[in-house]
Design a binder for this molecule. Structure first.
Ligand code: KIV
Length: 294
C-alpha cells in the first residue's frame, strides 16, 4: 500500500519499497526549517547525521560530536517532521563503552528526541552484538559500513573502501551480518558500485548508498553539500542541486547596501502611530526628555 498524504513512513513501508523496486530517498537535516522543507517535499527518511559536526558545527571530522548535540538537533528535526522516518546517528563514543550505556544512549534518541530509529557505524562482532541488543530493546537500527567517518584515524582519511578483494569481501560479509543481527537497512558509503550492487541483490533489507553507485535501494546525501552550503573539499559523489551560498551571499550584500543607503526599512516595512496619537504623544515625550529642538 502506498503512503499517501499524512501517513508516516515506517520500517515495514521501507521493506515494501525494496520489494517493489521503488527507490528510497534520504537526506540529512539538523534543524527545524530544513527538516520541514524536506518533509513537505516528500523525502522518505531524514537522517540527523553526526555529519552535523562538519556540516553545521565547523569541525574537521565527526569525532567531537556529542550525544547532547545530537539529541538537541534531533529534537528540532522531529518537531518539524510530519511524514518522514527520522533516524538519529549515534556519535563517536556513544556506543563503544558498555552494552548498557550504548542501549541507554540509543534509547535517548527515541525517548527524548522522538526519533524512529538509530544508525551506528561498523560491523565488528561487538557492534553486531549491540545491534541485536537494540533490536531486542525494540529500537530499529540502520547499519553503516564501507567508509565509516568515525574510523577516519584508522582508515587514514576519507578514502574509497573495498577496492581490493579482501576488503570488498569484508564489507560484503559485514552487510550480511548486520542483516542477520536485525538491522532494518544499511548505509554503504564510498564503495565501488559493483560491490554495492551485489550487496543490494544479496540482502532482503534495503541498502542506502552514498558514493556507492545507482543500484542501491536508496540514496542519501548530506543536505548542506547538495544545496551548495558546504565549503572546502567535496567528495566526487556529491551532486550540487543548488548554490545556496551564492543566493545567501547575494541577499546579504543587498541588505548591507540597502541599510547603508537608507533604503531599508522603507514605508512597506515600517509601523506608524495614528495621527491623533502621534501629535500629543511626541510633544509629551519631547517635554519629558527636556530636549529643545533648534
Ligand atoms: O552523518 C551522516 O550524515 C551520515 C551519512 C552521510 C550517511 O552518516
Amino acid at each position: 500500500m502506498a503512503i499517501t498524504g499524512k501517513e508516516r513512513v515506517t520500517v515495514p513501508y521501507l521493506f515494501q519499497l525494496k520489494e517493489r523496486g521503488e527507490k528510497i530517498t534520504v537526506l540529512t537535516a539538523y534543524d527545524f526549517p530544513t527538516a520541514r522543507i524536506l518533509d513537505e517535499s516528500g523525502i522518505d527518511i531524514i537522517l540527523v547525521g553526526d555529519s552535523l559536526g562538519m556540516a553545521v558545527l565547523g569541525y574537521e571530522t565527526t569525532l567531537p560530536v556529542t550525544m547532547e548535540a545530537m539529541i538537541h538537533h534531533t529534537q528540532a528535526v522531529t518537531r518539524a517532521r510530519r511524514r518522514a522516518l527520522v533516524i538519529g546517528d549515534m556519535p563517536f563514543l556513544s556506543f563503544h563503552l558498555s552494552l548498557s550505556d550504548s542501549i541507554f544512549n540509543a534509547g535517548r534518541f527515541i525517548k527524548e528526541a522522538g526519533a524512529d530509529a538509530v544508525k551506528l557505524e561498523g560491523a565488528s562482532p561487538r557492534r553486531l552484538e549491540l545491534v541485536e541488543a537494540l533490536v531486542e530493546t525494540e529500537i530499529p537500527v540502520m547499519g553503516h559500513i564501507g567508509l565509516t567517518p568515525q574510523s577516519i584515524r584508522k582508515m587514514g582519511g576519507f578514502k574509497v573502501q573495498g577496492t581490493v578483494e579482501e576488503k570488498a569481501e569484508e564489507i560484503y560479509n559485514g552487510a550480511l551480518a548486520l542483516e542477520k543481527a536485525g538491522a532494518f537497512a544499511v548505509v554503504l558509503e564510498s564503495v565501488p558500485e559493483e560491490l554495492a550492487a551485489e550487496i543490494t541483490r544479496s540482502l532482503k533489507i534495503p541498502t542506502i548508498g552514498i558514493g556507492a553507485g545507482p543500484d542501491c535501494d536508496g540514496q542519501v546525501l548530506v543536505v548542506n553539500d547538495m544545496l551548495g552550503l558546504s565549503t572546502g573539499y567535496m567528495p566526487k559523489f556529491v551532486k550540487k542541486y543548488a548554490n545556496l551560498s551564492e543566493i545567501i551571499s547575494k541577499a546579504v550584500n543587498e541588505y548591507i547596501a540597502d541599510v547603508h543607503q537608507g533604503q531599508f526599512p522603507d514605508e512597506e516595512h515600517s509601523y506608524h502611530l495614528k495621527k491623533e496619537v502621534a501629535g500629543p504623544l511626541l510633544e509629551k515625550l519631547k517635554e519629558k526628555s527636556g530636549r529643545i529642538d533648534e
